[in-house]
Ligand binder design. Structure first.
Ligand code: 5AD
Ligand code: FES
Length: 346
């Protein structure tokens, strides 16, 4: 293990089988030494600075039916909502006043958000707040659509690849969705000049250690600007309701490894990590993450954007959410900064 960890830290690359070995032989000592190396690596690039993104959950209406997801089309118990363009703009105004300089518009694949409508929203946010970055997290769209939205001013796009194994992908998604299209979307986004984020769930149903090793190999080759990883958490109204949740320990271990694979990557300590463990986001930061994403959605919709059970931050106002995260980061010796927080490629 020690040799592998040293190899990873110095060459930022391992063989697939070596990643698998690292995962299969998880132990506290290895986790500690990876955490230390990851923290050092991140400090060399970003110091003790943590970037913040204001998350606006714009719609929970989704045409897809991913087996793990609480807002899947077949969930009849989900109370659907969609923010109006005016509400979205007003969330970003409020966020701007609170100091946010990056907004993430996230939602299900909702047909209402045509290129025209979404494009107008992006243009409006960018014209009111020209010093802000707009990140989209709206699922799979055509290359033309991605291009149009990029031309409207969108800077970044988050699209988790979910798993880098085709067979595993088909166990998590209905046959109408494909691994190939997912990867095609990611490549298109990158070519269009978006800062592009991929990512996956830790401990998702049917996931093997080899699958996780494949995810790491994918990250090593794709070199995403951002990478969102969080534990899988079952949602009571989905086909995966009886599966076990992923753990904070393994998620943090993987965060450290990803930091070492690609040192400048922007790595969020996710809400899912904060949900599975009371100090999950703090542990994520201490393991090598450098981004937090407080919720800016109107409080009356937060509970409805429930991808998994018991999601945190559903009762707090935006300002409370921001203050809470600022305090949590300060407590562990990190400083939340309000700059756009672009990737610093060396
Ligand atoms: N548990 C954890 N993460 C989930 N996501 C969707 N459903 C769940 C769940 N049950 C993640 C997916 C998706 C992102 C927006 O949220 O990885 O890409
Ligand atoms: Fe919509 Fe999964 S069901 S993203």
């Amino acid at each position: 293990m020690k040799t592998l960890i040293e190899k990873l830290a110095s060459s930022h690359s391992l063989e697939l089988q070596e990643y698998e070995f690292l995962i299969k032989n998880y132990n506290d000592e290895a986790a500690k030494s990876l955490r230390k190396l990851a923290d050092k690596t991140r400090r060399e690039i970003y110091g003790n600075k943590i970037f913040v993104r204001g998350l606006i959950e714009i719609s929970n209406i989704c045409r897809n039916d991913c087996f793990y997801c609480g807002i899947r089309k077949s969930n009849k118990n989900c109370q659907r909502y969609r923010l109006t363009p005016e509400e979205i703009i007003s969330c970003s105004d409020e966020g701007y006043e609170l100091g946010f300089r990056t907004f993430v518009l996230q939602g299900g694949e909702d047909n209402f958000f045509t290129d025209e409508i979404l494009g107008d929203i992006i243009r409006e946010i960018k014209s009111r707040h020209s010093d802000c970055a707009v990140t989209l997290s709206m699922g799979e769209r055509s290359c033309e659509s991605y291009k149009f939205l990029r031309d409207c001013g969108a800077d970044r796009y988050l699209l988790r690849h979910e798993t880098a194994d085709k067979e595993h992908y088909s166990k998590l998604h209905p046959s109408s969705m494909s691994y190939e299209n997912r990867i095609e979307c990611l490549k298109n986004l990158r070519e269009l000049g978006y800062q592009t984020g991929c990512g996956f769930m830790v401990g998702s149903p049917y996931q093997t250690e080899k699958n996780l090793a494949q995810d790491l190999k994918f990250i090593e080759t794709f070199k995403p600007d951002m990478c969102g990883i969080g534990p899988f958490i079952p949602h009571k109204d989905t086909p995966f309701k009886d599966f076990r949740a992923g753990t904070a320990e393994l998620t943090c271990y993987l965060l450290s490894i990803i930091r070492l694979i690609y040192p400048p990557v922007l790595l969020p300590a996710t809400t899912a990590l904060g949900t599975i463990h009371p100090t999950g986001r703090e542990l994520g930061i201490l393991s090598g993450a450098n981004v937090v994403m407080p919720n800016l959605s109107p409080v009356n919709v937060r509970k409805k954007y429930e991808l998994y059970d018991n999601k945190i931050c559903t009762g707090e106002e935006s300002a409370q959410c921001r203050d809470c995260l600022n305090n949590r980061m300060k407590k562990i010796g990190y400083e939340v900064v309000t700059s756009r927080g672009d990737i610093k490629k060396q």
